[in-house]
Design a protein around this ligand. Structure first.
Ligand code: ZN
Ligand code: ZN
Length: 123
């Protein structure tokens, strides 16, 4: 029995193969490109050109994540820390001012005489 040992990757026939393939994400659309990374077929909408290759969105995001410089997350974290610090300082300032305000209020409030006849329960 004769065995045909065709290396599929080295002898691609995209024109024929693509016409029969459907997009992995859109079953009703014809595939126009095959992602070289995962080898799956996708329609025009599902692939993006990246360094002269048509990558699917999954592989593109994976590639972008790998290629992204490590400084980016660090900078984001720094920004987050700064934002958190600013928020904390703001809250602290508000509470500090509230404390100062409470100290400035006449002692009648602290003795409770002001609240003996609350307006919402009057008369
Ligand atoms: Zn892919
Ligand atoms: Zn698609």
């Amino acid at each position: 029995m004769e065995t045909m040992n065709l290396p599929s990757d080295q002898n691609p026939r995209p024109a024929v193969d693509l016409a029969r393939q459907r997009c992995r994400n859109h079953g009703d659309r014809e595939a126009v490109a095959r992602c070289p990374q995962c080898g799956l077929f996708y329609c025009r909408e599902c692939v993006t050109e990246h360094e002269h290759r048509m990558l699917c969105n999954d592989c593109l995001s994976r590639t972008a994540a790998v290629n992204a410089p490590a400084a980016s997350p660090w900078r984001n974290r720094l920004g987050l820390t700064l934002c958190g610090g600013m928020g904390f300082l703001l809250l602290w300032g508000i509470f500090y001012l509230m404390g100062q305000g409470l100290l400035a209020i006449p002692s009648a409030v602290h003795e409770g005489t002001v609240w003996q006849h609350p307006w919402w329960q009057a008369p």
